[in-house]
Ligand binder design. Sequence first.
Ligand code: THU
Length: 140
Amino acid sequence: MLDKKIIEEMIETAIEMTKMSYTPYSNFKVGAALLAKNGQIFKGCNIENAGYTPSNCAERTAFFKAVSEGVKEFEAIAVVGGQNGVLTELAAPCGVCRQVMMEFCEPKEFKIIMATDKENYKIMTLEELLPMGFGPANLA
Ligand code: THU
């Protein structure tokens, strides 16, 4: 159950993770907190690279950490981001991250919490952010 207490904890964790963000090129700092169905929270930040394309978003960092530890069932993710780590606007996951979510999450159920702080957030499902997404079911 995604109650207010867990939503607030996830947002706080995502905000904390912007401090780990490695962004010498964009200086756009993103933090994520991914809630697994087993209750574990996996943290992520964006990690940039001088080669640009190897850069990884905060959301994917969190997903890959979880999957690499054997956890593949998820309930929700909180995402925050802003230039210089200043969180003024909601930061929506990029298309690549939405596709990674599509691999492991049920589009109608998985929730994406976009926040600037604990009081200001918007929750959307993966299906809303990625309508008619292509996923494992298409290859079954
Ligand atoms: N970024 C994320 O971490 N997540 C997103 O969903 C959007 C973009 C990062 C990638 C890059 O390090 C910086 O934000 C600017 O694009």
